[in-house]
Design a protein around this ligand. Structure first.
Ligand SMILES: [Zn+2]
Length: 168
């Protein structure tokens, strides 16, 4: 996965097949949580606000920009030997943390884009995004990005869901 410093302008390469309608909708989006094991990142052992963590989970359940293939966490000391996908269980639902992005749009319209692993980075690796991100998260609508993508490519979400089911 790519490394980008927090709060820099999102410039991750566009999908050559679909383009990137999230970039078109939010051209000023900022990077959050594109971590790399070679680069230091801000951490805290102070637990984050549980309400905001729950909001982040809601976003995680509405990923945007799903891709072919899955990422493994480069910060975890050992990749799972069976190739198991990074996931968390919420009640009777499993959320995968290895494909796609989280889009957070605050009340003022400032957008932030993070890898879908953001929840894992925060809860397992103690990464702490900057305060401006948490403020936006507090105001954000979890399905905002999904709506942008669904409007541009109605067939794409159905395709992505089938893909996830077939390998999940
Ligand atoms: Zn990890």
């Amino acid at each position: 996965m790519a490394y980008f410093e927090d709060l820099t302008l999102y410039t991750y390469e566009q999908n050559p097949v679909w383009g990137d309608e999230i970039t078109q909708a939010y051209p000023e989006a900022l990077n959050i949580g594109w971590l790399d094991q070679e680069q230091p990142f801000p951490t805290s052992t102070e637990p984050p606000d549980p309400l905001l963590l729950r909001r982040l989970l809601a976003h995680t359940a509405h990923p945007v920009r799903l891709m072919l293939g899955f990422h493994q966490c480069h910060l975890c000391p050992h990749a799972p030997e069976d190739g198991a996908r990074l996931r968390i269980r919420i009640g009777d639902r499993e959320l995968f943390l290895d494909n796609g992005e989280v889009l957070v749009v605050g009340r003022e319209g400032q957008a932030f884009r993070a890898p879908i692993m953001l929840y894992h980075y925060i809860t397992v690796h103690y990464y702490r995004p900057p305060e401006i991100f948490w403020e936006a998260l507090r105001e954000s609508v979890p399905s905002a990005g999904e709506q942008v993508e669904a409007a541009a490519h109605p067939q794409r979400l159905a395709w992505a869901e089938r893909l996830l089911q077939s390998v999940g």
